[in-house]
Write a protein that binds this ligand. Structure first.
Ligand code: ADP
Ligand code: MG
Ligand code: MG
Length: 253
């Protein structure tokens, strides 16, 4: 079993006016096989948390710790974090013109495993995962995310997740912009990964909709750069009914 532990994490982002404090003491522990949902209003710092865990250079950790099975994640390069088993599906996936989906996936897999995957099983795995996500085979030859629709970008993120088999998957608003059919396909992909690999999942979302398909074990409400309330999946139901208003008024009081 693996454990991702975040303690008292403070993060600032570089802006034109200077550094701006975004995360103000985040405490969160995720174990293998667990699904944690982070829910919160726009601008509360959810993506900042995701980027900080992935090692985005724009975000500066000013205090606190992040460890994966006791190893200091914050001391690792972005590549080393991926090799250690961290995966981030971004809210806004970037285009990589000139790099095909096939080559991108194979390069990523090779970098993470430290050796190239055996060709025959790899081709079969990619094909199988694409079929399961109902992606057209022509996708494999297209440039990563270039001209992809919102739904296609999200499927491509889950395709990576299925093939790279991380210990911990951080999914930042993987549900945003998806219609109901795409949401179901993407959710089924995440649930397959959970069953087949026992990955720990951090599911970041603004809306409760995806939590009908992916059942969280824990729900954390994120307000103003920290966790304001925690509970089980019933907390998501409550947020669906009540929204974030009561947290926002207390946060600004
Ligand atoms: P969320 O994902 O919850 O909507 P974000 O983490 O994207 O929130 O943003 C939190 C706050 O930090 C917002 O006020 C946002 O404007 C600010 N912020 C985040 N990234 C940057 C950045 N690169 N430059 C300037 N401000 C940023
Ligand atoms: Mg499980
Ligand atoms: Mg965000």
């Amino acid at each position: 079993m693996s454990s991702l532990e975040i303690h008292d994490l403070h993060v600032s982002v570089e802006t034109k006016e200077g550094p701006k404090q975004i995360l103000r003491g985040v405490d969160l522990t995720i174990n293998s096989g667990q699904t944690h949902a982070i829910m919160g209003p726009n601008g509360s710092g959810k993506s900042t948390l995701a980027y900080s865990l992935a090692g985005h250079p724009k975000y500066t950790v000013t205090s606190g710790t992040v460890t994966l099975d006791g190893e200091d994640v914050l001391a690792m390069t972005v590549d080393a974090r991926a090799r250690a088993g961290l995966f981030l599906a971004m809210q806004y996936p970037v285009e990589v013109p000139g790099v095909s989906v096939t080559n991108f996936l194979r390069t990523a897999k090779t970098a993470i495993d430290g050796q190239a995957p055996a060709l025959r099983t790899w081709v079969k795995d990619v094909k199988g995962a694409m079929e399961a996500l109902r992606m057209d085979t022509s996708f494999a030859d297209r440039s990563v995310n270039e001209g992809f629709s919102g739904g296609e970008k999200k499927r491509h993120e889950i395709l990576q997740l299925e093939l790279l088999k991380p210990k911990f998957a951080i999914l930042d608003e993987t549900d945003s912009g998806l219609d109901v059919d795409a949401l179901r396909v993407v959710s089924e992909g995440v649930n397959r990964v959970k069953e087949n690999t026992d990955a720990g999942v951090l599911l970041i979302t603004h809306y409760t909709r995806i939590l009908r398909y992916i059942k969280p074990d824990f729900v954390h409400v994120f307000v103003d750069g920290r966790i304001a309330e925690e509970g089980g999946s019933e907390l998501a139901d409550r947020l669906e009914a009540e929204g974030y208003d009561r947290f926002l008024t207390s946060a600004t009081a």
